[in-house]
Design a protein around this ligand. Structure first.
Ligand code: ATP
Length: 300
């Protein structure tokens, strides 16, 4: 902890070796970039094993605390469908800091990348593959919910693919307490602002678009996003992605819950029914993750 950021940073940019939590690594290439982070492929020089290094840039102590919470959550959750964190370290250099997470490396890209590849080849996912992928994702989400938390930013771009295309949920930066009571207008506004910063719009549940006062916001927000993901496994895009891309109102589309269901109809009636249950406007009617899993077993 507390090593000079400039020294560490420059050693990564050059040919040098960098030390994180006592292990020495060399950098290969950049894998991705988020709003406040960079992800690089790195190699442990001791055994040649590859990892992904996520460097989160923090401009104040609040964002540093959140990044550390992301690292700790990533270490504490145990499911083969949730990203694993080997170690993390905080590098301080006033007036900001960086939190570095050494993550298990998944070399097949994200589910979203997979969709783009299939689209370019004019292919779609087969029914069995849709169910297999979705069951893995639901299992990961269930583990998060059982730990008393909610992910709040589930989307195909936050699902990595590991060996044999095993789906792995990543980016736990939006993780929150499973259930929060909204008592005042101010609390509702604060959560709405947080959601617009952290929860990707076309996958955001209606109760996070317009937060109601006097009610609880629960893990049902993830179930809405799961509904969008199951839909995307059939259509290779979420039900509200095209609305968003066209610049039309996602709020309106979500509130009227208008989306095409023809392909779902053709594929499987029970799967279509499950998507519709998960995309219920009323969070209380959405099935919890363990029930979604049982429904999938019945569908198979
Ligand atoms: N463990 C990993 N293995 C391989 N690639 C990864 C890994 N973690 C992240 N990536 C790549 O880096 C990208 C960004 O990672 P991540 O979503 O965790 O960052 P983020 O800053 O939270 O992103 P955003 O702001 O888009 O939500 C991912 O979409 C993926 O392409």
């Amino acid at each position: 902890m507390g090593k000079a950021l400039s020294r560490i940073g420059s050693s990564l940019c050059g040919v040098g070796v960098t030390v994180i939590d006592g292990n020495k690594y060399i950098k290969h290439r950049q894998l991705g970039e988020g709003a406040f982070s960079y992800v690089d492929e790195i190699e442990d020089i001791k055994d040649g094993k590859l990892y992904a290094l996520k460097r989160i840039i923090c401009h104040d102590s609040k964002s540093e605390k959140e990044a550390v919470a992301e690292a700790k959550a990533t270490q504490s959750l145990s499911s083969k469908h949730i990203i694993k964190c080997r170690s993390f370290e905080v590098f301080k250099k006033a007036p900001y800091s960086e939190v570095w997470l050494v993550l298990e490396y998944y070399d097949k890209g994200t589910l979203w990348d997979h969709f783009q590849k299939l689209k370019s080849e004019n292919k779609v996912l087969k029914f069995n593959e849709i169910v297999r992928l979705f069951r893995g994702i639901v299992e990961g989400v269930n583990a998060i919910h059982e730990a008393g938390m909610v992910h709040r930013d589930l989307k195909p771009a936050n699902i990595l693919l590991g060996a044999e295309n095993c789906p792995v949920i990543c980016d736990l930066g939006s993780l929150a307490e499973a259930s929060v009571k909204i008592s005042t207008k101010k609390e509702a506004q604060t959560l709405e602002d947080l959601a617009s910063e952290r929860c990707t719009l076309p996958y955001r549940a209606p109760e996070l678009l317009s937060v109601p006062v006097g009610d609880y916001i629960t893990t049902s927000t993830d179930i809405w996003s799961l509904g969008c993901i199951l839909y995307s496994l059939v259509y290779l895009e979420g039900p509200f992605d095209s609305v968003w891309l066209k610049g039309d109102s996602v709020h309106l589309a979500v509130q009227s819950a208008k989306f095409d269901t023809q392909k779902l109809d053709e594929l499987s009636g029970p799967l279509k029914a499950l998507v519709e249950q998960m995309l219920d406007q009323d969070p209380k009617y959405r099935p919890p993750a363990d029930l979604v899993n049982r429904r999938l077993e019945e569908i198979i």
